[in-house]
Design a protein around this ligand. Structure first.
Ligand SMILES: [Zn+2]
Length: 308
């Protein structure tokens, strides 16, 4: 059996109940088998009397599969978490909280929204490698909406209702490799350098439209292509394709993104894009990061503001 289900039917067969989900979380957490965090013992079993908890044969310490993870103190069944993770990871456009609420028959929209928000926290692997080789970089503006407003319109480089987003895309052969996206304060050299420092390895060759903010970025070889705005999509085809896909996705799935959560949505887009050839494996990595990432409180998720 593979590490992850490759179809909805297989998913359904493998995760019929919470015990099956708990056993899978144990495999994700201990790929080489159970290890007791107390005594290091390697013999343990899933308790039938306590939800998703393993007990060590040697010291009898009980270890909850959800404690200290994104699922910390969850009131939802693990099957709901698994369905949500599977749909968010494998559906090419993901799934909105509203769709998830209806599809899974969850008690409230709020619990569906929180489920999605917590899973989004597991979409950035803290150990991911920076982009390298040849990298296209550019910035754009994304419209956002406030609670009930329609998506903001208007133009201009810093118009109201718009946020600046920086992107970097690895070029592998004739196509795109991995991508990074971040909300930036503005298109100044300082904002762009902060983004590049976090996203791109030293020694990378950077391809840009020649915007002054990119010039002289330390540790990078710069390949500026000074062009008029109409031709930028020709010299930087992949970063422009990413921006276009991102905007279409934001409008289609979410009817415009909310300002305060924009970075989390960018992280979700990047997670799926970078795993577009292996969506079913992405389900496993989502749960893998989810059991390694510290839990967030409701307040932390609600307050998650814009960076920078
Ligand atoms: Zn033990």
């Amino acid at each position: 059996m593979s590490d992850f289900p490759r179809s909805l039917l297989e998913f359904q067969r493998r995760f019929p109940d919470d015990a099956a989900c708990a056993r899978y979380l144990a495999v994700v957490r201990w790929p080489d088998g159970f290890i007791c965090p107390e005594c290091g013992g390697v013999r343990g079993c899933l308790l039938t009397t306590k939800a998703h908890t393993f007990q060590c044969y040697d010291c009898h310490r009980q270890t909850s599969m959800t404690a200290g993870t994104i699922m910390h103190k969850t009131h939802l069944p693990l099957t709901a978490w698994f369905w949500a993770a599977y749909l968010m990871a494998t559906h090419s456009n993901g799934i909105s909280a509203r769709q998830l609420w209806k599809q899974l028959g969850l008690g409230s929209y709020k619990s569906a929204w929180l489920l999605c928000a917590k899973l989004r926290r597991a979409m950035v692997d803290p150990n991911r490698d920076p982009l390298s080789g040849l990298v296209e970089a550019d910035e754009t503006q994304i419209s956002y909406r406030t609670k009930d407003d329609p998506p903001a319109g208007g133009g201009g480089r810093s118009g109201e209702g718009k946020l600046q987003v920086a992107a970097a895309v690895e070029i592998q052969g004739k196509g795109p490799g991995r991508v990074r996206l971040a909300v930036i304060e503005n298109a100044s050299a300082s904002s762009l350098r902060t983004f590049l420092k976090a996203s791109v390895a030293p020694g990378t060759t950077l391809k840009t439209d020649g915007w002054s903010g990119y010039i002289g970025t330390p540790d990078l070889t710069h390949e500026p292509h000074v062009v008029g705005p109409m031709a930028a999509h020709i010299v930087l085809p992949w970063v422009h394709r990413i921006f276009s896909n991102l905007k279409t996705w934001a409008l289609g799935v979410y009817h415009g993104l909310r300002k305060s959560h924009l970075q989390a949505y960018l992280d979700e887009f990047v997670f799926r894009f970078n795993r577009r050839r292996t969506p079913h494996a992405a389900f496993r990595s989502l749960l893998g990061i989810g059991v390694a990432v510290k839990p967030a409180t409701y307040k932390m998720l609600i307050d998650a503001g814009v960076r920078g």
